[in-house]
Design a protein around this ligand. Structure first.
Ligand SMILES: Nc1nc2c(ncn2[C@@H]2O[C@H](COP(=O)(O)OP(=O)(O)OP(=O)(O)O)[C@@H](O)[C@H]2O)c(=O)[nH]1
Ligand SMILES: Nc1nc2c(ncn2[C@@H]2O[C@H](COP(=O)(O)OP(=O)(O)OP(=O)(O)O)[C@@H](O)[C@H]2O)c(=O)[nH]1
Ligand SMILES: [Mg+2]
Ligand SMILES: [Mg+2]
Lengths: 291, 277
């Protein structure tokens, strides 16, 4: 782990006498290695190291009896800060249905997370409606209606058609019937796919979601930054969901996407079943990223 | 990087950044840059373009990409097992491969061995219909090994040329799911001599360093013969395949570059390396 490696480094440095600033620079290089290994974006790693450098080469470390632990604490605190510190909840409209739109790359877990959110909202006493806005992927609608049945939440679908029109009519139905939350499941798309990104912008303009959540696979590599940045610029995201954290991916993408958008990670997906959704806790993810 | 002329520190730094950004990973990046610095010295290179040229040649030469095991008319059916983590593009890739086989006049059967995920068999059914392939499926929630058993029995009975077995996405660290995969493989081995003739790991190009763990653990469990790198139409480069080739000795056989049926082609190392810059 990083703390083991830092402890080993400091032991060697210490044997040469008093710690110096350049010694700690060597240590910060090790932190850089650990973060890159964990898939944190290179630019984000650079900014992070620069942000903690002053504290890392200060008396707190140089004069500590346990400098490795002192550095780990600085890194840990810095990462928690970067992730926003606290858990940010979903926001709901004071009156009328709250629209939540789920967006992201192909296969990131949008449809599954939509069902998980629906189950959670239903359990919380709200009346959610799932909306099938993915008219492209084979059997996408069947996937959502099957999941809807599993969580006992109605699914609005019109088969193939215009996703914007489908969302509009779903919202009208929600108002008529009294659904308090409308969850839009959209098709996976590349952030560089102009027509599909415009489709999302139109969707947003048509139904004014209170929450636009980017669904990101926890194993995403360096491109997480470009993906998140583009989706955020085009849609003004309100939050993110990090999925497949039940695997052994370190999840550095979380830092990257938070750093570049400033938006909070609201939930994490921790399994394929519909109950596998948890609130995001920065401290748990930081421990995981630091290995 | 391409605009740079001199072999200065800034060039080497930007080359390193380019490789890390492409998900090569730090160890592989440092090794490649280290080797290039030596080559630059030995070959008396002075221009950035020369180093880039050496890089492209060396990396392309290093990348293994043998073709898929040939579909011999004698071994029927030719069986391809497709595995990988959730959402990587397995089902879609099978649809594309099936279409290619059909174009060459081969009969194809798709086996819906993902009995867990909602509408998995329905999704495969659409691809079967699109490519004119047959389909074997059971009801959702059943035993995947049973579908494979039935599928292969049917394929043999009907004289099918090629069978693709679509499996459920699974994270490589899930012990029980990897055991399930081993069981599926045993069923295939018992049903058809020499099968599976190909076992493909479908890997999403947007994946970071975890791809290495995926390759290792899927290889341990089910003897992979190659990788399909998908979603290369996006901005991610999937550079981790270099480390995978180095540490797990697996070739990339195909790349997926879109969601349509014709957006799959044999991996071309030169094209791949060109696209890095
Ligand atoms: N292990 C695990 N698998 C997950 C999680 N969330 C989703 N999945 C799986 O990931 C795969 C993709 O999920 P989908 O919900 O279909 O993803 P999507 O973003 O809707 O995909 P597209 O609509 O094609 O873009 C499926 O096999 C899901 O079961 C999670 O938190 N953990
Ligand atoms: N852009 C792009 N999308 C792809 C590519 N290959 C697959 N996809 C998309 O990725 C998503 C997931 O594809 P699937 O074929 O369902 O993936 P899978 O591995 O079978 O997923 P699970 O069975 O749930 O594990 C779908 O939206 C596909 O259309 C590709 O090469 N490029
Ligand atoms: Mg979906
Ligand atoms: Mg599938």
């Amino acid at each position: 782990t990083l703390s083991d490696r830092l402890a080993a480094i400091f032991q060697r440095l210490r044997s040469r006498g008093k710690l110096t600033e350049s010694d700690v620079s060597e240590v910060l290089r090790e932190v850089r290695v650990a973060l890159l290994e964990a898939d944190v974006n290179l630019g984000v790693v650079r900014d992070f190291i620069a942000a903690i450098r002053e504290r890392a080469v200060g008396a707190e470390v140089l004069e500590s009896l346990t400098p490795a632990q002192a550095v780990i604490k600085i890194v840990h605190d810095g990462l928690i800060d970067m992730l926003g510190g606290t858990t940010e909840p979903l926001h709901f409209a004071p009156t009328g249905p709250t629209v939540i739109m789920l967006v992201g790359l192909q296969g990131s877990g949008k449809t599954t997370q939509a069902a998980k959110l629906a189950a959670r909202l239903r359990e919380a006493g709200r009346r959610p409606l799932l909306v099938a806005c993915d008219v492209y992927r084979p059997a996408a609608i069947t996937q959502l209606t099957t999941l809807g049945e599993q969580v006992d939440v109605p699914v609005y679908e019109e088969g193939a058609g215009d996703p914007v029109g489908i969302a509009r009519r779903a919202l009208e139905q929600a108002r008529r019937v009294g659904n308090s939350v409308v969850l839009l499941d959209t098709a996976g798309r590349l952030q560089i796919d102009e027509p599909l990104m415009r489709e999302l912008a139109s969707l947003k303009a048509a139904v004014s979601p209170l929450e636009s959540l980017l669904v990101v696979d926890a194993m995403t590599g360096q491109e997480a930054v470009n993906v998140a940045k583009t989706f955020d610029e085009r849609l003004a995201l309100t939050g993110m969901i990090l999925t497949k954290l039940d695997g052994d991916a370190r999840g550095g993408a979380a830092l990257s996407i938070r750093a570049v958008t400033g938006k909070p990670i609201k939930f994490i997906g921790v399994g394929e079943k519909v109950n596998a959704l948890e609130e995001f806790h920065p401290d748990r993810l930081v421990s995981r990223i630091l290995g | 990087l391409l605009g740079r002329k001199l072999l200065d520190d800034q060039f080497w730094e930007e080359l390193e950044e380019t490789l890390i950004a492409a998900d090569f990973g730090l160890p592989t990046t440092e090794k490649i840059v280290g080797d290039l610095k030596i080559a630059a010295q030995q070959q008396n290179l002075t221009l950035a373009d020369d180093v880039i040229r050496v890089f492209k040649t060396d990396v392309a030469d290093y990348i293994k990409h043998p073709a898929m095991a040939p579909v011999a008319a004698s071994t029927k059916p030719h069986v391809v097992l497709v595995v990988g983590v959730n959402g990587s593009g397995k089902t879609t890739t099978i649809g594309k491969l099936a279409a290619q086989d059909r174009k060459q006049g081969r009969s194809v059967m798709l086996v819906a061995a993902d009995t867990f995920r909602a509408a998995a068999a329905d999704q495969l059914a659409v691809w079967a219909q699109r490519s004119g392939a047959e389909l074997v499926r059971h009801t959702e929630g059943g035993d995947p090994a049973a579908v494979v058993f039935d599928g292969l029995a049917a394929a043999k009975a009907r004289g099918i040329d090629v069978v693709y077995v679509d499996t459920a996405g699974r994270l490589q660290t899930k012990h029980n799911l990897m055991e399930e995969l081993k069981k599926i493989r045993r069923v295939i081995e018992r049903a058809v001599e020499g099968a599976p003739h190909e076992t493909l790991l479908v890997l999403d190009a947007t994946t970071g360093q975890n791809a290495l763990s995926q390759a290792k653990l899927f290889h341990d469990a089910t003897n992979l013969t190659g990788i399909v790198l998908t979603k290369l139409d996006g901005t991610a480069k999937g550079g981790i395949i270099i480390a995978i080739m180095d540490q797990v000795d697996l070739p990339v056989k195909y790349i997926g570059f879109g969601e349509k049926v014709d957006q799959l082609r044999p991996f071309d190392p030169r094209g791949y390396v060109e696209a890095l810059f």
